[in-house]
Design a protein around this ligand. Sequence first.
Ligand code: R5P
Length: 286
Amino acid sequence: MIIVGGSSSRDLAAETASILGCKYIEAATVRFPDGECYTRIEEESLDDDVAIIQNTYPDENLVEMFLLQDAVKRAGAKTVTIVVPYFGYARQDRVFKNGEPESAKVMCKLLAMGCDRVVTIDLHKEAVLEFFDRPYKDLKAANAMGDYFKGKGIDMVFSPDIGAAGRAKMVGERMGIPYDHLEKKRLSGTEVVIQPAKSDVKGKSVLIVDDMISTGGTIRTATTQLKAAGAKSVTVACTHGVYVNDALKKMDESDIDELLSCNTLISKTSKISVAGMIAEALKEKW
Ligand code: R5P
């Protein structure tokens, strides 16, 4: 297998190739003066199974992925697996109001045209995977999170809502500590209310896990609630640190004691690597 790293995911792709002990090629991607993408695989011939690791968010990375799919095919790739650490448009998985597109389905159909298999990580809505007319795997970062925090003094794991309760369970079980979920109600795109925790958190070091942090509203409200209930410290970990606008600054100024994310999106918090699980998935026959 050959791993090709797109510009959004170079370190992750290089780390994955090193774990697999296989060849790594960094796509030579630059932008034309008008902003359009130029990319090139600087290799005579690929003649092997190829995995491209590249995000499809923001839009410019999606375009780079389309171009890379074509480039590796032209260079002789026998099969093409796309690994999309953070898959954009997964939240618009249906038509909510008349006149809207089914964005997630559009992206899946277009991406499927240039590949044989698809790997995603903690996709916001797993149902989206069914839009891929290709074999797919959605990897769960919970074990990587659990392993990262093992032995770091965490007493209990929470998810900020019931939808992510399964993630808190997986992380808690991996760490061998109790877990629970909070109850969240979304008021608007930026506002949420969270009910007080049912479990006793007084004096405890708590970890909140979520799939993504966008505005940070969910996590900041959950942290305030847990601290008000007496938690000694609140550490936060998400798979995808999207951090729109000034979300990181707001979280720096909040009650959160430590904030970490996986390296699906790169920022100062992306310290939990998902390379090991991508390597495992690429090794398997499926
Ligand atoms: C919700 O279903 C998700 O799991 C996240 O909790 C949510 O997308 C986070 O968004 P924000 O950071 O804007 O509150």
